[in-house]
Ligand binder design. Sequence first.
Ligand code: ANZ
Ligand code: ZN
Length: 829
Amino acid sequence: NERYEPQAIEKKWQDRWNEAGVFRAGTRPGAPKKYILEMLPYPSGKMHMGHVRNYLIGDVYARFFQMRGYDVLHPMGWDAFGLPAENAAIKDGVHPAVRTRENIDSFKKEIRSLGYSYDWSREVNTSEPEYYRWNQWFFIQMLRKGLVYRRFSKVNWCTGCLTVIANEQVKDGVCERCESKVLDKELPEWAFRITRYSQELLDGLDELKEWPERITSMQRNWIGRSEGVEADFSIQGSEERLRVFTTRVDTIHGCTYVVLAPDHKLVARITTPDKRAEVEAFARKMAAISKTERTEEGATKEGVFTGAHAINPFTGQPVPIWVANFVLADYGTGAVMSVPAHDARDFDFARKYSLPIRVVIQPAQGDKLPEGGALEAAYTEDGVLVDSGEYTGLSSDEARRKMGAKLQAEGRGEPKVTYRQKDWGFSRQRYWGTPIPIVYCEKCDPERKGQPVPIEQLPVRLPEIDTEAVLTGKGEPPLAKVPAFVNTTCPTCNGPARRETETMDTFVDSCWYFARYLSPRFDGAPFDPKEAQRWLPVDVYVGGPEHAVMHLLYFRFWTRVMKLLGLSPVDEPVKRLVTQGIVNGPDGRKMSKRWGNVVAPSSIVEKYGADTARAYVMFAGPPERDFDWSDDQVEGAYRFLKRVWVLATQHQGVAGATHEGAYEGKALEIRRAAHKCLKRVGEAIERLSFNTAIAGTMEYLNALSALGTAETPAEKAAMAEAIRVLTVVLTPFAPHLADEIAEAYGAKDFVVTQGWPDFDPALVVDDVIPYAVQVNGKLRAEVRVAADAAEADVRAAAEADERVKAALAGKTLRKFVFVPKRLVNFVVG
Ligand code: ANZ
Ligand code: ZN
């Protein structure tokens, strides 16, 4: 068969790999391990190029390390719960489980058609009770540790999805998924106390040296650690005190007003009667827009005066108290001491409402600031204090320390570390998720705190439903409409009780799936701690950078919880994170239905085969970089593989050739090309530089083509080795073709199991010179070594030569003569 016909060979090899279980993990117990993971997909029906690329990055790496002798774990599964399937059900009445099953089947078929090296025996589906029972188990363990609690809170309510959504899912005041308006709603909800770990999660980032800096810095900002002080202002004519959080207590003498969040609990108590109507109207207006919208960068600052005054604890002077949109109720204390001369927002606000501006910090060097009234912008840097009583003349730093200490000594405040990160509210009013394992009994639990379902009763299964009656998208949470689910018995009194009808945020599912893969059928715990000892942490994790702060932060938190529960030894889930770039259409815009520029992976596989799709996508650019799709380059990749096939076919006659003697001339050139390619491609793959790995393979192909046919026995043996090397370096990228060639050359095993040979260092140095090797002055051999090789290296190369070995056998070495760049002589007796 002269022609390269991928369609005729790819399915065959996929089936053979599968039958032989070549990608089973845990089959090399003594070998070092690599756990290589890609973010598990939400099974929408179709795979897109982003998926293809994502999984290829992991796949190339996984195949390479398997070839290098590692015990590789490379699993795949389904993030199967979630809104799209439920929303589709509301539209067309198909049960989410049915749709999800169909989607998984078609998605999996596509994944398989690309020949990825997954250990399918570990496949996980998060919507199955064997999986989500462990979400419930974690919930109960975390409840016991105080890491889960119920709270009333303002949540983001999506008026389209009719559920609570996370802050991160609100973009410009609308739901990022359905683009409906998002409102603040006061609801009871379940939350994880992730803030207990804020500091640890922050400190842990310093250890994540192999994560992209962009991701760690986003997490750092998200956690948002701020060092400052809390200070009490008393309120004129009232017993109340107003506590503010500030990072700049050094500026307190310049505080000319104080601002409360519109929903701060003091507002109602301190507002003077003449201002009441105005303040209440303002608060109502603010409540109608979500807090993300009202606090956005660039949102116009608005406020009203409460009529009340606060007393500055340092100056004793009264300042007016306002309420304004830019102060958040749930950050710091929900109250701000405003220093317009030194804070940009306060400056804008003071200008707008004609509030006084007082300069109290001067730059340590350079021009002095003018009077507050003449200031053109806030001066927000540190400096030297002025007009600040006994603190005048101190540096900002010194002043902060002294003022913090004074507040503390007087019981009017204290140093304080604040985090921007919030606890993670995970209640969802949807059906297609993990039921929260709680029951409410009016008799035993009149406050409706909720009692956990006894562990031995897990899982609390999602009930069968009449899809059209229950999934309507309207009214109460779907599970509340299923009496057979809701009505249960109380674990304490055995009387009638009601189940919680909320389900968990699907981000819970992806918090620990990487550990479930270690022992996917284990039923004593979420996973087998012994396996965790062997496999965790994940060595390389590949996924989209859009997960920078939610999934990638949540699963770091969960990993610490798993350690706390004694399940796993690691603090961090992942050593090296790779965030892949975007695949754009030929028009340079992100592939999307909207632009009509989507290239379906299946169309490429059908036309050119999986190997071309793989080689093209990996050649198109480094994993982290975006690239624009190019049909020409797909063609180019196809032509390259065709040339590989033709070359291998032409040289078929050398299959099995061996040679005992020295390699010289062309034979040596062939070997040198092969070993250089092994080195170059191996090193490129290790640094995830897949495009240069393929470029190296292309150059290798050119070199072999230029060397022509192999004639002598040495050349034939060298060429046989060279073709074997070609199959080795191709395997991560074009594994089907590689195995097809290897088989034609008589290989008895898959290339991936035969392994990745070590290159011979002597064959890869560029400047190689011959040394004459003498024994007692008589020429016995010639060895080629690097021009700058040290004496010991030349000697080792000489001693390794068969003819020299024979000449030295049984003799005693008297002397070793080394003439640089020319010869060595073994003087023996
Ligand atoms: C006075 C001051 C003077 C401030 C100055 C800054 C500069 P980070 O660093 O992000 O933590 N602040 C405090 N609580 C707030 C809330 N609930 N909503 C909006 N703003 C709030 O920011 C801390 C600073 O943000 C605090 O320090 C406070 O303003 C403001 F020259 O206090 B500062
Ligand atoms: Zn009870």
